[in-house]
Every structure is written in structure tokens, then in C-alpha cells.
Design a protein around this ligand. Structure first.
Ligand code: FES
Ligand code: FES
Length: 161
């Protein structure tokens, strides 16, 4: 079984690890680093629950191998809130708009919205809503999620008139 040494940053902390070549990133994050906010639903890129941010982009961690993140900066939902516990604007918007029910899909939703709203471009509501089409909510709580996405778009000043 092949093993590889990797060095990466997870939620701002530099870490080294030895991983099997076949280990998925979601398994690595959950089991080896304790980032259990990375939820695993479908394990084949469909539900979005496992989404994390890698070097600024939202990525499905069930479709990546841990070894591919050597040298990368990975952010999970555990790394979003401020050190004093203040929620990230995406987390706050979902809270304010009641976009969370059981919470299983929530970390993935949060990470996709955060990657877009923290990125270099100001996403409009259509962009954020379109991104949400890649997230399955088993509680069918889509209206709250959609309201939160629209609220985030208006905060960026880029919402369509
Ligand atoms: S668990 Fe990765 S997309 Fe569903
Ligand atoms: S809040 Fe339960 S799956 Fe989305």
C-alpha cells in the first residue's frame, strides 16, 4: 500500500501527515484531523455535503484524494468563524433566514457560499442561487437557504435590481 507524506494548511494551521494514496480528502479531514464538520452523504460528488475550500475554491472533498492537497490551504467549516466565535457572514445569514434544519447539508452550503462571497468577485443573487443548485437538502429547506443566498448577494452590492 503506497503512503505519501503531505504538508498542508488546515484552517490556518500548518500540518504534516502521512496518507495512503487512496485516502479521500473527506476521510482524511474527518478521521485524521477531527474536522467532522465535513459531512459525507453520497460519496460521489452529487450532494455537496462534503464541500470544503481549497486555495479559495469550493471543492467536493469526496472527489479528491488527500495526497492531492499537498502544499494547499484547506478550510473546513470549523475554520470559518472568527477566533472570538463571531459567525462568518454566511453562517449569520443562514441563521437569520432559518436556512438550517437538521444541519446535515449545512457545512457544504456554507463553504460554497463562503468561497463565492469571500472571493475576488462580487457574486450576484443568480450566481449564488445557481451554486446552491449543487447542494441537496434532505429536509427540503431550500427557501431559507435561498433567502440567505439572496441576502448575501445584496450585502455585496451586486444584487440585480
Ligand atoms: S459526499 Fe461529496 S458530494 Fe456528496
Ligand atoms: S438541513 Fe437537513 S439536510 Fe439540509
Amino acid at each position: 500500500m503506497s503512503e505519501h507524506k503531505i504538508e498542508l494548511t488546515i484552517n490556518g494551521r500548518r500540518q504534516q501527515a502521512t496518507v495512503e494514496g487512496r485516502k479521500t480528502l473527506c476521510d482524511f479531514l474527518r478521521v485524521d484531523t477531527g474536522c467532522t464538520g465535513v459531512h459525507v452523504g453520497c460519496e460521489h460528488g452529487v450532494c455537496g455535503a462534503c464541500t470544503v475550500i481549497i486555495d479559495g475554491l469550493a471543492v467536493r472533498s469526496c472527489l479528491m484524494l488527500a495526497v492531492q492537497t499537498d502544499g494547499c490551504a484547506v478550510t473546513t467549516v470549523e475554520g470559518l468563524a472568527a477566533p472570538d466565535g463571531a459567525l462568518h457572514p454566511v453562517q449569520q445569514a443562514l441563521r437569520d433566514e432559518h436556512g438550517v434544519q437538521c444541519g446535515f447539508c449545512t457545512p457544504g452550503v456554507v463553504m460554497t457560499l463562503a468561497a463565492l462571497t469571500d472571493g475576488p468577485k462580487r457574486p450576484d443573487a443568480d450566481t449564488l442561487l445557481d451554486a446552491m443548485s449543487g447542494h441537496i437538502c434532505r429536509c427540503t429547506g431550500y427557501q431559507g437557504i435561498r433567502r440567505a443566498a439572496c441576502k448575501l448577494a445584496s450585502k455585496t452590492g451586486a444584487e440585480k435590481p
